[in-house]
Design a binder for this molecule. Sequence first.
Ligand SMILES: Cc1ncc(COP(=O)(O)O)c(C=O)c1O
Length: 305
Amino acid sequence: MNNNQRASKLTLSVHAGSHGDPRFKGTVTPVFPSTAYDYEDGATTLYPRYFNTPNQKAVVEKLAALENAEDGIIFSSGMAAILTAIFAMMKKGDHAIFQNDLYGGTFHAIVNEMPRYGMEYTLVDGSNPENFKKAIRAETKVIYIETPSNPTLKITDIKAVADIARAHGIITIIDNTFASPVNQNPIDLGIDIVTHSGTKYIGGHSDISCGAVLASASLTKQVWESAIHFGGSLDPNTSWLVERSLKTIVLRVRQQNGNALAIAEFLKSDNRIGRVYYPVLSIIRIIQLPKHKCQEALVECYHLK
Ligand SMILES: Cc1ncc(COP(=O)(O)O)c(C=O)c1O
């Protein structure tokens, strides 16, 4: 299927990736709790820490469809996904560039962990893509962005950063947690690896911890080769819950977009509030969109500085 023929995200969120119930012909993926499976073809077997059991794969296939990725891996937390992806792309002596406005857990992880493994990093102001270009060294292997950022919703120009990185043969990683796959698909803009803390919109009910990496088949394999060592795999029951949650992600996030805009406008109208951090407000002002167009505005604003 080419891009023009892709099913809508609403359809993909329900139907992509379901592994069905071959025995009883049920419509949903059953929970497959086994940790031991027969060898399939004499060479490989299914095993939770190999990230290839049916419930894990069902989630990955749905998420990959929503992010327009070839493949991916589902992890037990967002940080497991993020650090495994970064470390899989780097080795001792390599250098990475991060935007300085990052989720606190990611910031602390890189400043504490990377130097211990002989990896160097530079933090740059992500509001201007040229800052990434200026920080590139011969040893730079990764450029990492998070947009909208947590918690101040700073916007980084995804395509501009992806273009700069690609021109220098550098892998790009984005934390797409705050946009969710509903509002933004960074792979379509040239990003190599998308990560998520699924603990937020993907889980959606404040009762699931998980993470994800979505990428090409070859980059997924590279991440997988480290992931099986680090071992941050997700169990079948939680994977099943994630698959179930994803069926409503489009409806939930659309509603949340509208609710967030209403709250932001309410706060903006109160002169006791000094500043409201919500990027859609500025885009609506700039292009004078009517309020009912907020969904499109939200999607559009993510692609602007
Ligand atoms: C943007 C972002 N990235 C990554 C993480 C880490 O995710 P987790 O807590 O699932 O490890 C979080 C958690 O709050 C987050 O907000």
